[in-house]
Design a protein around this ligand. Structure first.
Ligand code: 8YV
Length: 318
């Protein structure tokens, strides 16, 4: 059987490669010596693209692949793919919802706990021998706090449920109130005002750009803790640095940044109160295997019957 050409953008696991190779002839974009020439010569051959949440479909790829019919993204967030435009052209965009809810929620909770209990600074204290000069200062208990969820989707709900183990009182904001036993707030600012910990887990993209601005950070306050496991674009990073530096905001646990993989030096300089992760929200062997399997199933199913298992909502109608 002829294998279908597949353009791969970004990295995939060996497990994904092995599963795909039976049905697809994979060309890896970042392995091409001259990307522009490669896209100009071969772009029109591809009906299938495999990408991830970070790369999405870059403009040069979109322009060079007029015959694309399916885009499978290895990740749930698809703000780097123009799904509306692809849906209008009848192109199927698929992502990996559901299978990473627990892992991203664990990451959010871990960042919150790391900030409150100063895990990273305490580790440095233990490692450096500073303990021999004196004990580590007391920290703050995460128990019985008010936790706000900014974006109550699948992952947001899982975070809220996990926070229950810490007897958290849950508040949230979303486009509209949901059928949940938690307290709804109309705006991010009102939510920030009402909570101790604000967890950002909205989709990225134009609609949520800088939703967490200086006013929201001020409302969260000098004792407040911001956790971002969504996209760097949702938080005004300059305002975040300023709020942390001035003490207007207490703490921040961040897995995502505006210009990944670059993190502003100003953020790196703030120790103790700030915990930084290199976008590893879903990055465990188990969860990446499940995400990879789903991204692969979407492509194989498209080859078999022209549909995908988990289309993005924009493409779910047809
Ligand atoms: C991945 C993510 O890191 O699923 C997402 O939206 O942010 C992460 O799980 C992303 O797909 C980049 O590979």
């Amino acid at each position: 059987m002829d294998r279908a050409p597949l353009l791969q953008i970004g990295e995939i696991t060996e497990r994904m490669r092995e599963a795909l190779e039976a049905r697809f002839a994979i060309d890896v974009l970042f392995e091409q010596a001259d990307r522009t020439a490669f896209l100009a010569e071969h772009g029109a051959r591809y009906e299938a693209i495999l990408t991830n949440g970070h790369w999405g479909v870059p403009e040069d790829v979109a322009a060079a692949t007029p015959n694309v019919r399916v885009i499978s993204s290895y990740g749930v967030g698809y703000d780097a793919i123009d799904a509306d435009a692809y849906a209008a052209r009848g192109v199927l965009v698929a992502h990996t919802p559901g299978v990473l809810n627990d892992e991203v929620a664990v990451t959010a909770i871990a960042l919150w706990l790391a900030c409150y209990r100063q895990i990273v600074a305490a580790d440095a204290h233990a490692r450096s021998g500073a303990w021999e000069e004196g004990g580590f200062p007391l920290t703050r208990s995460p128990m019985d706090r008010r936790v706000g969820i900014l974006g109550l989707g699948r992952i947001g709900k899982t975070i809220a449920e996990m926070a229950g183990a810490f007897r958290a009182e849950i508040h949230y904001t979303a486009r509209s109130p949901k059928d949940v036993p938690w307290q709804f707030h109309e705006t991010p600012e009102a939510l920030a005002e009402a909570v101790d910990v604000l967890v950002v887990i909205t989709p990225g993209g134009a609609a949520t750009r800088n939703l967490v601005n200086a006013a929201v950070l001020r409302a969260l306050g000098p004792e407040g803790c911001l956790v971002n496991v969504a996209r760097g674009s949702v938080v005004d990073e300059a305002a975040l640095v300023a709020a942390l530096e001035s003490g207007a905001l207490g703490m921040a646990g961040l897995d995502v940044f505006e210009a990944e993989p670059v993190i502003p030096d100003a953020l790196k300089r703030i120790e103790g109160r700030v915990v930084l992760l290199p976008h590893v929200g879903s990055a465990t062997h188990e969860t990446r295997a499940a995400m990879g399997d789903l991204a692969v199933r979407n492509l194989v199913r498209w080859l078999d019957d022209g549909t995908v298992e988990t289309p993005v909502p924009e493409c779910a109608g047809g």
